[in-house]
Design a protein around this ligand. Structure first.
Ligand code: NAD
Length: 355
């Protein structure tokens, strides 16, 4: 069931708890956890936990806070049995308020990492479904978070920028006129988080991720997926056909840096956070040709050819080439650890180890 509750709607005064802004959203008891007062995460819900980011974030959070403290949730079961056995797993459709409130109550959640979304390439093929999940899903999670006194993490993207945005070292605050539905939903998500913070002092924080590269889980239909596929194909076939032009420069990040960034931001002292939400995050930028050269240092016979997909190329052409992440560096001391060479070496080692 989908739910969209305009913030202008008159608050329903359901039950004795925090009033719901949405008439169909169940009321919650009054709780004070998770507001700006506290920075320690204790009972965490990860939505979209089976996805590329969620599967790694869940394991990292469980290592840090203990398995029982981190509830993984998704609309599909994980293939990685650790996600099921190292801590609780719940079926939560972010478009169904009853699923959400049930899990909030049972597990006494105080922090939400809301990762469920349709990614850029898929969102362009199914724009209305993307709006449903990427906007209504965020509203539902914000509303649940507000009622239950939770902090919330929201992952935005370089997709929140557009062709009129400065392409090189894109500033933290700049023109945001994306030309994709994915980008539109990410801008709306950023603004909704700001709004919930301004209106309700909800501790909503977020990052603008570049393309993410990981070896554990297949990417979920983004424009930067080539930068994961290329490694698998280099090992398996020593050949890769790339759907982006050889000179398409995009900002990227290795998953261990991305996971660390999410946790560091959510643990950061609130008083230090001036922007608080939608921080530009940068680690490395490269073209497919440069990535191929980095892989050739380890697999000299590796060969790349190009069959450009106009749809994904158009999306990539509308995105920045690199980001200025000085706000993140100054406000919560963000610093990436992996450059192109370190990431390439580790990706190849891990994928070969996986067999
Ligand atoms: N991966 C990247 O390169 C990247 C870059 C920038 C931003 N992001 C953002 O990070 C977040 C996570 O990305 P990802 O790469 O892990 O995505 P993914 O596609 O790999 O995973 C998304 C997960 O959400 C689940 N899901 C789908 N519909 C759902 C619903 N109604 N309720 C609950 N779960 C549902 C899916 O089953 C899937 O497991 C997204 O918001 C994405 O936009 C990702």
């Amino acid at each position: 069931m989908s739910l969209f509750c305009p913030l202008s709607a008159s608050p329903a005064t359901a039950g004795s708890g925090v009033p719901s802004l949405c008439p169909s959203f169940p009321p919650a008891p009054v709780v004070e956890r998770g507001r700006e007062k506290e920075t320690t995460l204790k009972r965490i819900l990860v939505t979209g936990a089976v996805g590329q980011i969620g599967s790694e974030l869940t394991l990292a959070l469980r290592e840090r806070y203990g398995g029982p403290a981190v509830v993984a949730s998704d609309v599909k079961l994980p293939s990685d049995s650790n996600l099921l056995h190292d801590g609780p797993f719940e079926f939560v459709d972010c478009l169904d308020p009853h699923h959400i409130t049930r899990v909030m109550q049972i597990h006494k959640i105080d922090t939400i990492f809301h990762l469920a979304a349709l990614l850029s390439a898929v969102a362009e093929m199914r724009p209305l479904q993307a709006w449903q999940l990427n906007v209504n899903g965020v509203v539902n999670m914000l509303e649940a978070g507000r009622q239950y006194g939770c902090a919330l993490f929201f992952p935005s993207s370089i997709g929140a920028f557009g062709p009129e945005t400065p392409k090189k070292r894109t500033p933290q605050v700049t023109v945001q006129r994306p030309t994709t539905m994915y980008g539109v939903t990410k801008v709306v998500g950023e603004l909704l988080c700001d709004d919930y913070h301004r209106r309700f002092e909800m501790d909503a924080r977020g990052l603008r991720f570049p393309g993410l590269i990981s070896y554990r889980t297949e990417p979920g239909g983004g424009t930067t997926d080539y930068a994961v596929d290329i490694f698998r194909q280099a090992i398996a076939h020593k050949q890769y056909t790339c759907y982006l032009r050889a000179d398409t420069r995009l900002p990227m990040m290795y998953m261990p840096d991305a996971i660390r960034a999410m946790i560091e931001l959510m643990e950061a002292e609130p008083a230090r956070l001036i922007h608080r939400n939608a921080y530009n995050l940068s680690a490395v930028d490269f073209t497919p040709a440069e990535l191929a050269d980095a892989i050739k240092k380890h697999i000299p016979e590796f060969h790349v050819d190009y069959a450009v997909d106009p749809r994904r190329q158009a999306i990539a052409d509308s995105w920045p080439e690199s980001l200025d992440d000085s706000a993140a560096r100054e406000e919560w001391r963000w610093k990436p650890r992996y450059g192109l060479a370190e990431m390439t070496e580790d990706m190849l080692r891990q994928l070969r180890h996986q067999g």
